[in-house]
Ligand binder design. Structure first.
Ligand code: RP5
Length: 167
């Protein structure tokens, strides 16, 4: 059986530069993903169809990013029992605070795991999706751990360089 993939949804092409970060992280960790532009408000029926089709094809985790009155992640969560990660996008005059509240304030029973606003949030959505899939995939768990160890090694190397420069 093929491994589960991650579906990355976004409300508009204008969200792509932010949501690309989720795809980049999943690529580094060797997790298959696909990207889809579909909107909770502008294409609600197509969004619902895509969710059931993705599930039928083996989607294990959904990531959804949107700006303004960002209902995409909540709309996805309404239609699936798979984990849904929401990325609030800073595409409006409120710098993403509007999207953050729209994404995070879900009613009890329909959770959306909401990450930070913007590019950092999109990257963390990729990491979190990989960690969720790693619960059932020990090879992926090793790749996630090794990537984290590499990050720690980078920080330690930065500190060594700083200490050396101050001698
Ligand atoms: C939201 O409205 C989208 O997710 C996007 O962040 C924002 C603006 O969309 P466009 O007007 O750029 O298509 O639905």
């Amino acid at each position: 059986m093929s491994r589960p993939f991650v579906a990355i949804l976004m409300g508009s092409e204008s969200d792509l530069p932010v949501m690309q970060g989720a795809s980049d992280v999943l690529g580094i960790l060797g997790v298959q993903c696909e990207m889809k532009i579909t909107s909770a408000h502008r294409t609600p029926a197509a969004t619902q169809l895509y969710i059931s089709d993705a599930e039928a094809r083996g989607c294990g985790v959904f990531i959804a990013g949107a700006g303004l009155a960002a209902h995409l992640a909540g709309a996805v969560a309404a239609h699936t029992l798979k984990p849904v990660i929401g990325v609030p996008i800073d595409s409006g005059p409120m710098q993403g605070m509007d999207s953050l509240l729209s994404t995070v304030q879900m009613p009890a029973g329909i959770p959306v795991a909401t990450v930070a606003i913007g590019k950092t949030g999109a990257r963390n959505a990729g990491y979190l999706a990989a960690q969720i899939l790693a619960l059932q995939d020990s090879d992926l768990a090793k790749r996630v751990r090794s990537e984290r160890e590499q990050k720690a090694a980078n920080v330690q190397a930065q500190d060594r360089a700083l200490q050396d420069s101050r001698k």
